[in-house]
Ligand binder design. Structure first.
Ligand code: SF4
Length: 483
């Protein structure tokens, strides 16, 4: 049941993929409906809190502080987790992380592992690595199960199957679970998934999880979720392998107070998550007997070293920016070619990957600022997008110096704007030059060369026959004539 994972190194560039998504009316209806519902719920829950802006500020400050002392907090987590009976492993990149998890699963004698939804494992294509080693990963989160059974790709951080509607889910369950008579009410679908998974929970002794937070002060790990499948995976198996990015650490247990309020409200419009699980090491007679945490870098230290891009690591993966983004709401997640879609994907993916694999993503935004407004940890996403665009342009024009076409165009424009006579002459020239391109309705549907980018997805209105200034001057003269 493996699927080809979304990979920026092999996926088509965003404009090409987005064009395909825009042609899929069903997908656009599903995405718009789901994001509308979540956004409305989020708004209600946020408005309930008079101190929402204070909570955002606290979240932002905790993240800033943590990243400043990241090395110390990671070591503190390792010390405390080990003291409690856990084993901490360090992975430089995704490949190393996959090797460690695969080795640990093999050592546990696993042929199958049950999995809680984890974006980190999606990021490194863990399921495929496990399958290559002969270990089948079974997703237990409902949305992830739909994606896995449908051999599809996740399209949202929190709601990975948001692009599917109930009828499509029913078809997947009917086919893959061999159910002839299945209704399409939420209760029918939940019951089908519950029956399918119960057997796995009771018989598979190894689990793989992600982590929402690693608590340095206690060595504990926290996961929040809505379905209880996570709680099953964390408590029933004998071996639990948790994988987390270095950015998941928080200093103190008390810091959870902020995130356990902001995350559920931002993610699904709930006051709190139905299941908040925190576990620390191993305990006789209770929970897994072997507990491993794989802490992975995978380019995060490079992001940390970039002063302007660093705030990307504040992200608590709530997905609110995706729901608010006008671009994501039209295209859905797959067009981003990465497991991290929407505004957070547009800044995280190009930084985690080599930039040339994802250089169209920083442009997948209108820079309207809606993502910044909803972000519970105040990541200034538009600021990072502009920073990355700057990097892309620098890379594309490296070595061209003053001959860089964009710089030449800007110099010419600056020259024109500096003189009224030149500006008027340019307007006249523009009106004449555009004539062959203007259609009968007065629109330009195609521009040549580099300018073609403007008309790829929109028509341009032709320049008016008369500028405002020309009209005004004529009017003045007329008034003088008429006394
Ligand atoms: S960038 Fe902010 S809004 Fe977007 S997923 Fe991360 S925390 Fe949530």
């Amino acid at each position: 049941m493996s699927r080809i994972p979304l990979d920026p190194a092999t996926s088509p560039a965003f404009p090409k993929a987005a064009k395909k998504s825009l042609g899929d009316q069903q997908l656009r209806r599903n995405v718009r409906h789901a994001t509308d519902v979540i956004q409305a719920k989020r708004k209600r829950m946020v408005e309930e809190r008079d101190d929402w802006q204070d909570l955002r500020e606290s979240g932002s400050q905790i993240r800033q502080h943590t990243l400043r002392y990241l090395d110390q907090y990671l070591e503190e987590f390792e010390r405390n987790c080990t003291k409690a009976g856990g084993h901490v492993h360090w992975a430089r990149d995704g490949k190393e992380a996959c090797e460690i998890v695969t080795r640990l699963a093999r050592e546990a004698g696993a042929k199958e592992v049950i999995k809680i939804k984890t974006m980190t494992s999606e990021e490194i294509h863990l399921n495929n690595a496990l399958e290559t080693a002969g270990v089948m990963a079974v997703e237990t989160d409902l949305a992830e199960l739909i994606i896995q059974l449908g051999e599809d790709q996740p399209s949202h951080i929190v709601v990975p199957a948001l692009h599917k509607n109930r009828h499509q889910v029913r078809e997947i369950f009917k086919q893959k679970m061999g159910l002839k008579d299945l209704g399409d009410t939420p209760a029918d679908l939940a019951e089908a998934a519950r029956s399918y998974l119960r057997h796995k929970f009771l018989t598979v002794p190894t689990a793989v999880s992600g982590a929402n937070y690693l608590i340095a002060e206690t060595g504990g790990v926290c996961i929040v979720e809505s379905e209880g499948n996570g709680r099953m995976c964390l408590t029933l198996p004998k071996t639990l392998i948790t994988i987390a990015g270095i950015d998941k650490v928080i200093p103190r247990f008390q810091d959870l107070e902020v995130f356990l309020q902001t995350l559920p409200r931002s993610a699904t419009g709930e006051r709190m998550n139905p299941y908040n699980s925190i576990w620390t090491g191993v305990h006789a007679g209770d929970g897994p007997k072997n507990f491993h945490v794989v802490i992975m870098d995978n380019a995060r230290t490079e992001v940390l070293a970039d002063e302007e891009g660093r705030q990307t690591l504040h992200c608590i993966r709530c997905g609110a920016c995706q729901n608010a983004c006008p671009v994501y709401r039209q295209t859905g997640g797959h067009a981003y070619g990465s497991v991290y879609a929407g505004p957070i994907g547009a800044i995280l993916t190009p930084q985690l990957q080599e930039l040339h694999h994802a250089e169209s993503l920083p442009y997948a935004s209108t820079l309207c600022g809606a993502c910044y407004e909803v972000c519970p940890v105040k990541i200034n996403i538009p600021e990072v997008l502009i920073h990355l665009r700057h990097k892309v342009v620098e890379k594309q024009t490296k070595g061209l110096g003053k001959l860089n076409p964009e710089a030449v165009a800007m110099r010419v424009m600056a020259n024109i704007f500096r003189s009224e006579a030149r500006f008027r002459a340019a307007q006249k020239f523009g009106r004449t030059a555009e004539k062959p391109l203007v259609n009968r309705e007065g629109w330009i549907g195609w521009l040549p060369g580099m300018l073609g980018g403007w008309t790829q997805a929109r028509d341009l209105q032709a320049m008016p026959e008369e500028t405002f200034r020309e009209w005004w001057e004529k009017r003045d003269k007329k008034e003088v004539r008429n006394g």
